[in-house]
Design a protein around this ligand. Structure first.
Ligand code: PBG
Length: 312
C-alpha cells in the first residue's frame, strides 16, 4: 500500500569541477564531498551511469585569475564547464549533463550577476551574459541548462537564444523558487565564492524565506517563459512549497537538497548521533512524498549504492 517510492532514477548528483588532472580537494564543510578534476568527473559519470543515476549537475570552481566584474569566463567556449561537458558527453553520452547558468563562480564579488556602481545586481545586463553562457553550454553538448541566478525574464531570453542557435532540444531547468537561504553556506565554500562575497547577501534577487505565494508566481512565470522543469531550493525546510507547486501547477518539479542540508546530516552522522543511511533515505523519501519528480543531492552516489545492494 506504499504511496511513494524513492528510486535511483530520481537522483541527480551535483559535482564541483577544478582545473588539472587526477586531483581532488576536500571541502571541509561538506565531509565526503570533493572537488575533482575533469578526468575524475568523467570517471564518476561513468560509475553513476552504471548505477542508473540519470544525470549529473556541474559546478565549475575557477581561480581568481578567471574572475572579473563582467564574468567573461562564464561564456568562454573553452572554459572549465564547457570542456567538462564535452568530455563527459564523449565518454558517457547516455548520462544527462546539467550545467549551472549563473555568474557567481566568475565574478570578483561572488554575486550571481553584474553590479552597478552602488553594488546592486543589474537584472537585464546580467541576462545578456547568462544568455551567452547558456548558449556556450548548449554548444558544448549540455542536455539541460539550469539558470540558478534568479534574474527576472532570463528563461524567455535563454529559450529564444537556444532556438535561434538551433539548440531546439536543449532543455531548461529553472531554479524558480530559489530562496535567499543560509543553507547555501557550504556550497559557497566549495565553489570559493564565500570569500568573494565577504559577508554580502543575495536578498535583492533570491526569494524571501517568508514567502509562499511568490514561489507559485515565480514558477508560473518560468513555465510561461519556456522552462521544461522548475526547481524548489533548498529541500527539507521547503516541502510546503514543493507540495503547493505540484498540486497547484502540476509541472515537473525538481528539489535541491542543498549543501547545508548535506552538512547537517553528515555532521550528525559523523558524531554518531544519527544513522546516516536511514536519515538520508528518509529525507529523500519525504521530498518525494511532497511531490518532487527528481532530487539533486550530494548523497546521490551513496543512495544509488544503498538502493542497489539493500532492501528497504
Ligand atoms: C549559485 C548557486 C548556489 C547554489 C547553487 N547555485 C548558491 C548561492 O545561490 O549562493 C547552492 C547549492 C547548495 O547549497 O548546495 N548560483
Amino acid at each position: 500500500m506504499r504511496e511513494t517510492t524513492l528510486s535511483i532514477s530520481d537522483l541527480i548528483l551535483p559535482v564541483f569541477v577544478i582545473e588539472g588532472e587526477n586531483r581532488t580537494e576536500a571541502v571541509p564543510s561538506m565531509p565526503g564531498v570533493e572537488r575533482m578534476t575533469m578526468d575524475l568527473v568523467v570517471n564518476k559519470a561513468t560509475r553513476l551511469d552504471q548505477l542508473g543515476v540519470p544525470a549529473i549537475a556541474l559546478f565549475p570552481v575557477v581561480g581568481e585569475a578567471n574572475k572579473s566584474l563582467m564574468a567573461e569566463e562564464a561564456y568562454n567556449p573553452d572554459g572549465l564547464a564547457q570542456r567538462t561537458v564535452r568530455a563527459i558527453k564523449q565518454a558517457v553520452p547516455e548520462i544527462g549533463v546539467i550545467t549551472d547558468v549563473a555568474l557567481d563562480p566568475f565574478t570578483v564579488h561572488g554575486q550571481d550577476g553584474i553590479l552597478d556602481e552602488a553594488g546592486y545586481v543589474l537584472n537585464d545586463e546580467t541576462i545578456s551574459v547568462l544568455v551567452k553562457q547558456a548558449v556556450s553550454h548548449a554548444e558544448a553538448g549540455a542536455d539541460i541548462v539550469a539558470p540558478s541566478d534568479m534574474m527576472d525574464g532570463r528563461v524567455a531570453e535563454i529559450r529564444a537564444a537556444l532556438e535561434l542557435e538551433g539548440f531546439v532540444n536543449t532543455q531548461i531547468m529553472a531554479y524558480s523558487a530559489k530562496y535567499a537561504s543560509a543553507f547555501y553556506g557550504p556550497f559557497r565554500d566549495a565553489v570559493g565564492s564565500a570569500g568573494n562575497l565577504a559577508g554580502a547577501d543575495k536578498y535583492t534577487y533570491q526569494m524571501d524565506v517568508a514567502n509562499s505565494d511568490e514561489a507559485v508566481h515565480e514558477v508560473q512565470l518560468d513555465v510561461a517563459e519556456g522552462a521544461d522543469y522548475v526547481m524548489v531550493k533548498p529541500g527539507l525546510p521547503y516541502l510546503d512549497i514543493v507540495q503547493r507547486i505540484k498540486s497547484e501547477l502540476q509541472v515537473p518539479t525538481m528539489v535541491y537538497q542543498v549543501s547545508g542540508e548535506y552538512a547537517m546530516l553528515k555532521a550528525a552522522a559523523q558524531q554518531g548521533w544519527l544513522n546516516e543511511r536511514d536519515c538520508v533515505l528518509e529525507s529523500l523519501l519525504c521530498i518525494k512524498r511532497a511531490g518532487a519528480d527528481a532530487i539533486l543531492t550530494y548523497f546521490a552516489e551513496d543512495v544509488a549504492h544503498w538502493l542497489t545492494t539493500e532492501k528497504n
